[in-house]
Design a protein around this ligand. Structure first.
Ligand SMILES: Nc1ncnc2c1ncn2[C@@H]1O[C@H](COP(=O)(O)OP(=O)(O)O)[C@@H](O)[C@H]1O
Ligand SMILES: [Mg+2]
Length: 310
């Protein structure tokens, strides 16, 4: 897909994640560009969701602003970013297309574990519990039902698989790889942020059921919060007023997409089908709703047609 920012950034080394394009700038900082790509069942779908990247970046910004913890963001102000990238200063279209979706970050050595915290029993946590009564080796009370609140939040790390599914592992496995001290610091910090964010979300009427953090190490060995933070792509947010344990809860992101894919008869093995316009619009609205609910502010790119001329 053509993006106005591709050309002015084309001189910088680039790597592509599932959702982000990452450029290495000459001063060794990274420019993160959150695209509108959406993935489901480990596939990137052929149809983007307009402004999804802006929702994810705006929410990461919100949490970096409020968590009070060392994080990787340097700036997400487009003027500050353009100050460091001469080709952007000459290209107003590229600047406009990057605004809200670009974030300049410190390049860190990323810890090769996903630091997952769960306050509720859902997704792979629920599947593991059903099969064996525990999640990542953490024993849980008997007779919990799907989406139940846990007695206390638990830390359930996963390995970062280069491709395909991440694998849940016991904390001891992480400690054996990273050392007890570092693993312990990551667990403590992840649980603390979850608790703080969950309390803030609940004031907004949302349950933060679970979330995944990625951490980096800076040159002095201190841990720094990296990647996207507490977005609908990395977290499950549920409507607190509609919460009913005993089954899956509607989530604030890809529910329409997953439901539509499930009904489409797609086999999850061949390339996924394009999404119909109505599913795209409703999914976009879900992301925009999540932004408004979590931050308590209107999404600054409210009208999709306005920012996306054909
Ligand atoms: N500060 C950082 N320094 C280096 N790499 C980072 C930093 N923050 C996040 N990353 C990595 O950048 C990538 C983000 O792009 P994304 O599209 O989300 O990738 P993925 O498909 O792995 O989720 C991830 O691989 C993540 O581990
Ligand atoms: Mg990611």
């Amino acid at each position: 897909m053509y993006e106005p920012w591709s050309e002015p950034l084309s001189n910088y080394p680039r790597t592509s994640g599932k959702v982000r394009e990452i450029f290495v700038l000459p001063d060794d900082t990274l420019l993160f560009v959150a695209t509108d790509r959406i993935s489901a069942y480990d596939w990137i779908l052929p149809t983007p969701i307009p402004d999804k990247g802006r929702v994810l970046s705006g929410l990461s910004d919100h949490w970096f602003d409020h968590l009070g913890i060392a994080h990787h963001r340097i700036t997400s102000r487009i003027d500050d970013i353009a100050d460091r990238i001469p080709a952007l200063q000459r290209d107003a279209d590229a600047r406009a297309s990057l605004e809200g979706r670009a974030m300049l970050v410190r390049k860190l050595h990323i810890v090769p574990f996903e630091c997952v915290v769960r306050g509720y029993l859902s997704g792979s946590g629920w599947r593991e519990y059903k099969a064996g009564g525990n999640v990542c080796g953490v024993d849980l009370p008997q007779r919990l039902v799907e989406s139940d609140r846990l007695p206390e939040p638990i830390f359930t790390p996963a390995t970062k698989a280069a491709s395909g599914h991440d694998e849940n592992v016991p904390f001891e496995r992480m400690a054996a790889d990273l050392g007890q001290d570092l693993a312990g610091r990551l667990r403590k910090a992840s649980l603390a942020i979850y608790e703080k964010a969950a309390a803030m979300a609940l004031k907004q009427g949302l349950i933060l059921a679970d979330t995944k953090f990625e951490w980096g190490l800076d040159v002095s060995g201190d841990i720094v919060l990296a990647d996207e933070v507490l977005t609908p792509d990395s977290s499950r947010y549920w409507d607190a007023a509609a919460y009913r344990p005993g089954g899956p809860q509607p989530s604030y992101d890809k529910q329409f997409v997953r439901d539509w894919l499930d009904a489409s008869g797609w086999d999850h093995a061949s390339h996924p089908p394009s999404l119909p316009a109505e599913i795209v619009q409703r999914t976009r609205q879900k992301y925009v709703d999540a932004y408004r609910l979590i931050t308590g502010r209107e999404f600054p790119w409210g009208d999709a047609k306005h920012t996306h001329p054909a």
